[in-house]
Design a protein around this ligand. Structure first.
Ligand code: ZN
Length: 167
């Protein structure tokens, strides 16, 4: 036996576990392992390691599952926050548009009437129209903004409901 015999034996031991070896190689390897204690020990160790790896369950730990679920829930809550906020912004935009159109029409008629009847300076009428025009939009914004992001209470309720569905 020379050094290359041991090297060949160990290569064959590794190959046998991965892709298999020919019958001739297997016969040669078996006879070498019977005679060579070191290579037999190597093959034995490799076998034990392989068995240990195969018996290890590849499952996620409960803490990993819990963390992942919490992240998914958080993400869902964030998405819902954003959806609700976009919806409210859309509503306030439409309200603002309606109010602008309506107040512009009324303001135009009113200012003409006032200028004619009361002889008020045009700049004063213009200032009044601007204030009337902006006031409702500001009021809507003030009414809507404090409600979002969702209050802690409603958000907690919502998360609890999702949790029930996940279980
Ligand atoms: Zn050997």
């Amino acid at each position: 036996m020379n050094a290359s015999d041991h090297e060949r034996a160990r290569d064959l031991v590794l190959l046998r576990g991965i892709e298999g070896i020919s019958a001739g190689d297997a016969k040669w390897l078996d006879s070498h392992l019977v005679e060579c204690f070191e290579c037999a020990a190597f093959a034995e160790e490799l076998q034990l390691t392989t068995n240990a790896l195969r018996s290890m369950p590849v499952t996620a730990s409960s803490s990993l599952v819990g963390t992942t679920q919490a992240r998914v829930r958080q993400h869902a809550a964030d998405l819902r926050d954003r959806e609700v906020r976009l919806f409210l912004i859309g509503i306030s935009f439409c309200l603002g548009l309606l109010w602008s159109a309506g107040s512009m029409f009324i303001g135009w008629r009113l200012s003409a009437w006032l200028a004619e009847r009361l002889h008020i300076a045009p700049w004063a009428i213009a200032a009044g129209v601007v204030i009337f025009w902006l006031a409702p939009a500001v009021a809507v914004a003030i009414a809507v903004l404090p409600r979002y992001p969702m209050s802690y209470h409603s958000r907690a309720d919502w998360l609890a409901r999702i949790e029930e569905n996940l279980q």
